[in-house]
Structures are given as structure tokens and as C-alpha cells.
Design a protein around this ligand. Structure first.
Ligand SMILES: [Zn+2]
Length: 448
């Protein structure tokens, strides 16, 4: 993505958060996906999730959730996405939306709701995340630091858009990509959810009350719903402020089926499958062994470097962004499409504030941590020279998509186009065997 566009996107992002007043229109933020891609990526992800979860067999309950959902999804604020509501047999209090419309509701959420309005509140909030395209907006922001070329439709042959989205690396699963939102996104979802609920005849304060009831009960182990939907502040005040902008309503609607649904959900059999994990390790996938054969050179548009002949490159050769890894270095995780567990990512970063290499590297690290909060700088930065340019090396640690921890090395180099960076990734116990490969790759970098 051109530098100007990225900076503009960031500027717009800030502008839109800062200036909105209750009642102002809510519009989706920066996004490099099309609406059609939202639908496509959500469908693929939903198919993956359906394989992993225990879908409630009670058709009366499924119909109940579907009908509540349809009433809300029919509101103009929900936009015209193909919404689909599925109740899954899972005791934790949660619900989640995928881009483009699939929404999954845990039976534990229905069991925890005291009123239909509380349940509807969570559905309206999830619909708002879909309509405001928060999932792909989040993924688009992740792309800005990592692999812009991949999702721009560059290469990757037959692979699905979901697989491409997963390749933005660093052990990111689907959850991290599409289901964890910022506080400002939460605020927007509460605001739009307020309009959706009110339009469907429910009192929006019930949504705020339910979130706050969960917060009050949470203690040291808050319900899953709260960890994927961080509190944007006092929800009741926010929702009430938003309601001021609405025409007065009596909010007296109720389907009449809530008490029956509560009785039936209490009688569901124990879940057959294990609950979906937040960041699931790839089951039974072993990292590749260290490459033994020779090296080959790849010529990118602004740099060239050597990499093991046994590895593949992902991304357009002409672009300035590449993933270089053996095929089994890209791991499919249970929770989603996968991430890079073994290999290297090469790209450029445009510092927002400070241009000197140390500060720019620090900024890049913070961006990477925003995508993967478990990533930690492990070693003090060390100065190096790469092809005649000033460079820095920082050691990192974080969870590996293979399970256990991974050791990464971030190399940054100050270039006229921005900060060139190369991130080497390996499971901690394999890092020693890969060190010489990484050293050779780093030593082979040439700039044009
Ligand atoms: Zn949310």
C-alpha cells in the first residue's frame, strides 16, 4: 500500500473516533477488504467453526434465536449482509460475529440472560460489529504493518482468502484477527446496537445493563464475552446518551417465547465437543526440520536476499512484502486459519512519529504487539550494519502456533522507503538449529 494512503487511513481513523457525538451517523472505518470479501471470508470461517463446535440440535431453540436475530437484522442500520444465527451448545457466556453476517450464540449466554432484551442486546451488538465491518477493519490494520500485498490479491494461487488472511503471521489465529475488538470499536457497536434494538422495539439500556451485570459478576475470571468485547467505559451512560438522539419509544416488544427458551436451554445435554480455545495450538502438527539443501536468491522490487531452496515465498515477487517459509511453517490452528510458526516475513514499516531507527523500531514493535499482545521484546536492541545501512536487531518471544513458545528475531534497517524489516520466527527449541540459516539470510540482503 502506498505510504500516503496508509498515513491517510490512520489520520481518518483518528478523526472518526475523536469527533463522533451521540446520534451522529456511524460508518465503517478503514478497510482494505470489499464488502463481498467480508461475506466470503465470513462464510469460510463459519464453515471452519461449524466443524469445531457442538451445534444445538433442539430446532425450537435454533428457530427462536434465528427469529430474534432476523427481527434485528431487518433493521436498516444492520445493512444488507446475509445474517445467519446459530446457537451452539457451550456453557460459557459468549457470542461472536464473523465478517459478513454469521453470528454464533453460546447456550450459556441464553442461560445467563434474565430478559429477552438482554439476549437481544448482545445480538444487536454483534450485528453492529458486522455492519461496521470491525473484523476486517481490524485485519486491515494488521495488514498495514505486515503483509499488504497478500490480501491485495497478489499471489498465493488457489488459496482461499481466509488462508491468505491467516498469513499475516505471528501465530495469529482467526480469533485474534476477526473477533477481538478495540474499545473504540466496542463503543461504536454499543451505539449502533442501541439504534438497532430501539428500532426493533427493545429497550437498549438492557444491553448495557447485561454487560455491566457480567462485569460486576466477573471477578478474576470474567466471562468470555467481556474478554472479546472490552469495556468501552460506562456503557449505561453511553447508551443513554445515544438514546437521547432517538425519537421517544415505548420499547415494549417481547416475542413471548423467552420463558420457554430458558426452560429448554436448561435441559440441553452436556456439550459433545471441547469449547473453542482462544488461541488454539495446532493439534499434532510438528514444525519442519531445519533446511539442509542450498540457498537461492529472490529479487524483490527494492531488495534481494537468499533463502533455503526447500522454502517457498508467499507474496508477489515484485512487491516489497514477502513471507518466506517452508510449507509446514505456516500453521493452521484450531481457532482459525493459521499463522507463521517457522520462517521469515519481510516488509517495510512507515513510522508515524519518529524517523530515527531506534524509535521507529520501537513503534513497529508496538504495532506488532497490538496485533499479538503476547509478543515481548526479550533482548536489548543491538546495532548492526546491513548492506552498508544502519540496522538494529531485537530478540522477541511469544506463543508459538505449534504450542509452547517461539523465539523471533526482528531486524530493522533504515532505508529511504521507510524501515525495512525482517522478522525471523521459530519455535524456541528449534531456534538454535535455524540460527545459521537466519544469519545467512540476513547477511545476503542487498538493497537496490
Ligand atoms: Zn463487541
Amino acid at each position: 500500500m502506498p505510504k500516503k494512503l496508509v498515513l491517510l487511513a490512520i489520520a481518518l481513523l483518528h478523526l472518526s473516533c475523536a469527533t463522533r457525538q451521540p446520534g451522529d451517523p456511524l460508518k465503517p472505518g478503514y478497510n482494505s477488504f470489499s464488502k463481498e470479501q467480508d461475506i466470503e471470508v465470513g462464510r469460510e470461517a463459519a464453515a471452519e467453526i461449524r466443524k469445531q463446535v457442538d451445534i444445538v440440535e433442539n430446532q425450537e431453540l435454533q428457530r427462536y434465536i434465528r427469529e430474534l436475530g432476523a427481527r434485528l437484522a431487518g433493521r436498516p442500520e444492520a445493512e444488507d449482509y446475509p445474517y445467519e444465527f446459530t446457537l451452539i451448545n457451550e456453557g460459557s457466556i459468549n457470542a461472536f460475529a464473523l465478517p459478513g453476517g454469521p453470528i454464533f450464540v453460546h447456550s450459556g449466554l441464553l442461560a445467563a440472560a434474565d430478559t429477552e432484551g438482554q439476549l437481544v442486546g448482545v445480538l444487536a451488538h454483534e450485528i453492529a460489529h458486522v455492519a461496521l465491518r470491525h473484523g476486517t477493519s481490524q485485519a486491515s490494520k494488521a495488514q498495514m504493518v505486515q503483509l499488504p500485498a497478500v490480501l491485495a490479491g497478489a499471489v498465493l494461487g488457489q488459496e482461499s482468502i481466509l488462508a491468505q488472511a491467516g498469513q499475516i503471521g505471528l501465530g495469529l489465529g482467526l480469533n485474534a484477527l476477526f473477533m477481538k475488538y478495540s474499545r473504540s470499536a466496542e463503543k461504536q457497536a454499543d451505539a449502533l446496537g442501541t439504534h438497532i434494538m430501539a428500532g426493533a422495539g427493545y429497550n437498549p439500556v438492557e444491553m448495557a445493563n447485561f454487560f455491566q451485570k457480567l462485569e460486576a459478576q466477573g471477578g478474576s475470571r470474567p466471562p468470555a464475552l467481556l474478554s472479546s468485547h472490552p469495556s468501552p467505559g460506562n456503557r449505561v451512560i453511553l447508551v443513554r446518551a445515544e438514546m437521547e438522539a432517538l425519537p421517544p419509544g415505548n420499547y415494549a416488544y417481547a416475542s413471548g417465547s423467552f420463558p420457554n427458551a430458558k426452560r429448554q436451554v436448561a435441559q440441553l445435554p452436556a456439550p459433545k465437543k471441547q469449547p473453542q480455545q482462544q488461541v488454539a495450538a495446532a493439534a499434532g502438527v510438528a514444525p519442519p526440520s531445519a533446511p539442509t539443501a542450498g540457498f537461492q536468491r529472490i529479487n524483490g522490487s527494492t531488495f534481494s536476499l537468499e533463502y533455503p531452496t526447500a522454502w517457498r515465498t508467499y507474496g508477489a515477487q515484485s512487491s516489497s512484502t514477502l513471507t518466506i517459509a517452508p510449507e509446514s511453517g505456516i500453521v493452521r490452528t484450531r481457532g482459525g486459519s493459521g499463522g507463521i510458526g517457522y520462517g521469515a516475513v519481510v516488509s517495510y514499516y512507515q513510522p508515524r512519529y519518529r524517523k530515527d531507527l531506534l524509535n521507529a523500531t520501537w513503534e513497529l514493535l508496538q504495532q506488532l504487539q497490538e496485533i499479538n499482545p503476547n509478543l515481548r521484546a526479550a533482548v536489548q536492541p543491538r546495532q548492526v550494519t546491513v548492506a552498508g545501512s544502519e540496522g538494529l536487531i531485537v530478540g522477541l518471544t511469544g506463543p508459538s502456533p505449534y504450542g509452547g513458545s517461539e523465539k523471533d528475531m526482528l531486524l530493522t534497517v533504515s532505508r529511504p522507503q521507510g524501515v525495512f524489516y525482517m522478522l525471523f520466527i521459530a519455535p524456541e527449541n528449534q531456534y538454535g538449529r535455524l540460527q545459521s540459516t537466519f544469519d545467512r539470510m540476513a547477511g545476503s540482503i542487498r538493497f537496490r
